[in-house]
Write a protein that binds this ligand. Structure first.
Ligand code: VGL
Ligand code: ZN
Length: 193
């Protein structure tokens, strides 16, 4: 499928943070492979003057999702820590919009829409269409995409710009996103003139 980023598109980059990269606290295998395709998209969206939004997992040090509190995860993306920073190779334009999520110590949030201003931010800019990449496919990418679809946005998931933790879960998440109305596209199918 060839697809042109038109109709008020936004680039939505999910959680490309050190702790989710190889060597981080909660690594996504090959998570750093999303950076190059995302940088290509960042350049294009920037050139066109389209908005770029980055979500970040932004937990307090005693977050409920951490093992010390009975949660499923090792501590990761603690607010202000090095592991919570965006990968240093990711191009983050000066005017990019940063959305912090899962900041409440007693509540987890995989979706960038959950407990944030993201919907309002997108509506205020007249956004209709989301191009999504990042990690992890079966957690925060999945939840963000499903919420976006539920809110009526058109969602294009850039296949080469997402990576998951477990291959079977990643596959299932992709099928589910498509079933709910997302379109999977490859970077080379996005027309960037
Ligand atoms: C994520 C696990 C825990 C994600 C966040 O960004 O996909 N996964 N917190
Ligand atoms: Zn988290």
């Amino acid at each position: 499928m060839r697809v042109a980023p038109v109709r008020n598109p936004v680039l939505l980059i999910v959680d490309v943070q050190g702790d989710f990269m190889p060597g981080g606290a909660l690594p996504v295998p090959k998570g750093d492979e999303v950076i190059s395709p995302l940088n290509t998209l960042v350049s294009h969206f920037e050139r066109k003057g389209f908005p770029i939004v980055l979500t970040r997992d932004w937990h307090p040090p005693d977050h409920v999702s951490f093992r010390q509190r009975g949660g499923p995860w090792p501590p990761h993306c603690v607010q202000g820590s090095e592991g919570a920073e965006f990968h240093p190779d990711l191009r983050v334009p000066m005017n990019a919009i940063i959305v912090s999520k899962a900041t409440d110590r007693d509540r987890d949030a995989y979706s960038g829409f959950q407990g944030t201003d993201l919907e309002r931010t997108l509506r205020a800019r007249g956004v209709r269409r989301l191009f999504v990449g990042g990690v992890a496919t079966e957690y925060c990418v999945r939840a963000t995409v499903l919420d976006a679809l539920g809110l009526g946005f058109e969602v294009f998931v850039v296949e080469d710009a997402i990576r998951g933790i477990r291959p079977e879960d990643e596959e299932r998440a992709k099928e589910e996103m498509v079933r709910e109305g997302a379109v999977l596209v490859r970077l080379d199918e996005i027309m960037m003139e």
